[in-house]
Design a protein around this ligand. Structure first.
Ligand SMILES: *[C@@H]1O[C@H](CO)[C@@H](O)[C@H](O)[C@H]1NC(C)=O
Length: 220
C-alpha cells in the first residue's frame, strides 16, 4: 500500500456532501458552442477561490439517447495552470460513482478514471474509460485544457444519468500536482475545494456526435 492510501482524506467532506445548501435545484449551466472541436456543450464554471478563479466543466451528449442507458459523453475541462488537478464526480459525490481526475502535463493534459469507496485516494476504475482527443487538448502557458470521450461515465450499478435532463455533479480542486504527473495512475493529494451543481444534459445534445468524435480523435 502506498502512503497516500493510508492517510484518510478529510472526514469534513462527508458533512459537505450532505449539505443541502450547496446543492442547486435549477440547472447551473449555459450552452457553449466550441468552434475548435465542433461540439455543443453545456458548461459550468466551478469557482475554487475568492478571487473568482475557477475550472470550466463542459459536457456534450449524443442526440436521441434513451433514458436508463449507458451513453457516451464528451467531457472538456479548462483550468488555469495553477490548478494541480481537477476532479469530476459523475454521480455528484466522492464515493460510489465514477470519478475523473485531470491535470496539465507537457503540451497537453492527462485524465484518469477513478472510483472511491471511502474518503481516501480514489483508485483506478476500469468501469469507465476516456479517449483523449488531439483537438481540444492543450497547455498554453496560462491554462491547460483536455477534451475526451468517456464510455461508462453515465451508468454505474443501477444508477443512470439523464441524457435529457439535469444531473447533479461535483467537482474538486487541488493546487498540488500529482506526484507522477506523466502517468494517469499517479497518486495525488487531497482536494482543498469541492462544489456541486446541476448540469443540464438536455441542451448539450449533438446530432453528429459520432462523426465529431471520430474527427477529433484523429485531428491534430
Ligand atoms: C489558453 O487556453 C485557454 C483554454 O483553452 C484559452 O481560454 C486562452 O484564451 C488561451 N490563451 C492564449 C493566450 O491563447
Amino acid at each position: 500500500m502506498r502512503l497516500a492510501q493510508l492517510v484518510p482524506w478529510s472526514t469534513a467532506l462527508a458533512s459537505l456532501v450532505a449539505s443541502p445548501i450547496l446543492a442547486a435545484p435549477e440547472a447551473d449551466t449555459s450552452v457553449y458552442h466550441d468552434m475548435e472541436t465542433g461540439f455543443t456543450f453545456t458548461q459550468y464554471f466551478g469557482r475554487y477561490s475568492l478571487n473568482n478563479a475557477g475550472i470550466t466543466y463542459r459536457i456534450a451528449v449524443p442526440s436521441g439517447v434513451a433514458a436508463n442507458t449507458n451513453f457516451d459523453v464528451v467531457l472538456q475541462i479548462v483550468a488555469p495552470n495553477e490548478v494541480g488537478w481537477a476532479g469530476l464526480a459523475w454521480g455528484g459525490g466522492m464515493t460510489g460513482n465514477p470519478l475523473a481526475a485531470a491535470w496539465g502535463w507537457s503540451s497537453g493534459a492527462i485524465i484518469s478514471s477513478r472510483w472511491a469507496t471511502s474518503h481516501t485516494l480514489p483508485q483506478l476504475y476500469s468501469g469507465s474509460a476516456y479517449q483523449v482527443f488531439k483537438t481540444g487538448t492543450k497547455n498554453n502557458g496560462t491554462h491547460w485544457q483536455i477534451t475526451a470521450k468517456c464510455s461508462g461515465c453515465t451508468a454505474y450499478g443501477s444508477n443512470y444519468l439523464s441524457p435529457t435532463g439535469g444531473n447533479r455533479l461535483a467537482f474538486a480542486y487541488s493546487s498540488s500536482k500529482p506526484s507522477n504527473p506523466s502517468s494517469s495512475s499517479s497518486d495525488f493529494s487531497e482536494h482543498s475545494v469541492i462544489g456541486f451543481w446541476n448540469h443540464d444534459f438536455g441542451s448539450a445534445a449533438n446530432p453528429t456526435f459520432t462523426t465529431l468524435v471520430a474527427k477529433n480523435l484523429g485531428r491534430h
